[in-house]
Design a protein around this ligand. Structure first.
Ligand SMILES: NC(=O)c1ccc[n+]([C@@H]2O[C@H](COP(=O)([O-])OP(=O)(O)OC[C@H]3O[C@@H](n4cnc5c(N)ncnc54)[C@H](OP(=O)(O)O)[C@@H]3O)[C@@H](O)[C@H]2O)c1
Length: 256
């Protein structure tokens, strides 16, 4: 359908998805590939990367993987350079890799602070510095971050995690200010509760899972496929006038 293709097709585009081997990142990578993008998946664990890539290729997508650790600056730089090898410079960068270290604030030590800030905030910043200017030169780019309810309110020992996600949404606004005039948008997706390996501590407790579902308006917790439409939209030509925004895909969790 030419009308929908003009709005949403990612044919000919390349997307880099950190955390693309699991959970929300995997859901987003699958959606971007389905819309026609060549996708590069980044994570530490090769097995899950290869399994995801095999699934995407089986559905006809072009997909490559980069094994790398985003918790150090040198790791991010190495990932960025490896990621351009298969399909060239990315048009879309999705930062979904994240850590969820949530001891009570009084027990947060400097190692927890450093790791949380490195993966959740510094890696998206460094990837933006690496790829944003080139996107601006080419006149098209999409930076998409994955934030959290804790960016907006403290609950469930928000701790440093909430700090990192609040700053991540500010980063998107700064990136939007810097590069939107030259075709590069920066936005944040804000999930509700999605049972994934990241939050096994909560998702393995049926009572807490049910309580979280009750807090939504839709009446259920989320699944990675809930992000497909919003991610394709934000990555697509149709979202060129949407920038600096935090878009809640949370079943209404945040509005009451
Ligand atoms: N699930 C939720 O309810 C929820 C709610 C709000 C926000 N979020 C956010 O959504 C994002 C994705 O979370 P998820 O629930 O989808 O988690 P997930 O299923 O555990 O996936 C996390 C991904 O990040 C990768 N990763 C973690 N640390 C990394 C590192 N140092 N270097 C490279 N890759 C790394 C993981 O692969 P490896 O372990 O193999 O490296 C995996 O691919 C996170 O930013 C999280 O904060 C999740």
């Amino acid at each position: 359908m030419p009308f929908l293709d003009d709005l949403f097709s990612l044919a000919g585009r390349t997307a880099l998805v950190t955390g693309g081997s699991s959970g929300i990142g995997r859901g987003i990578a699958t959606a971007l590939a389905g819309a026609g993008a060549a996708v590069v998946l980044v994570a530490r664990g090769r097995e899950a990367l290869d399994a995801t890539a095999a699934e995407l290729r089986a559905s006809g997508a072009r997909c490559a993987v980069v094994v790398g650790d985003l918790s150090t600056r040198s790791g991010v730089h190495e990932v960025a350079e490896s990621a351009v090898e298969p399909f060239g410079e990315p048009d879309v960068v999705v930062s979904s890799a994240g850590v969820n270290l949530r001891p009570p604030l009084a027990e947060v030590d400097e190692a927890v602070w450093d790791t949380t800030m490195a993966v959740n905030l510094e890696a998206p910043f460094l990837l933006g510095q690496r790829f944003g200017p080139g996107m601006a030169e080419r006149g098209y780019g999409r930076l998409i971050h994955v934030s959290s309810q804790q960016a907006h309110r403290a609950f469930a020992t928000s701790g440093v995690y909430g700090v990192s996600k609040g700053a991540l949404e500010s980063l998107a606004r700064s990136q939007a200010e810097a590069w939107s005039p030259r075709g590069v948008t920066a936005n944040t997706l804000v999930p509700g509760f999605v049972p994934t390996p990241l939050n096994e501590r909560l998702s393995s407790d049926p009572g807490r899972v049910a309580a979280l579902a009750d807090r939504t308006l839709v009446g259920r917790n989320s699944v990675p496929a809930d992000f497909a439409g919003a991610a394709v939209f934000l990555a697509s030509p149709s979202a060129g006038y949407v920038t600096g925004q935090s878009i809640h895909v949370d079943g209404g969790f945040s509005v009451h």
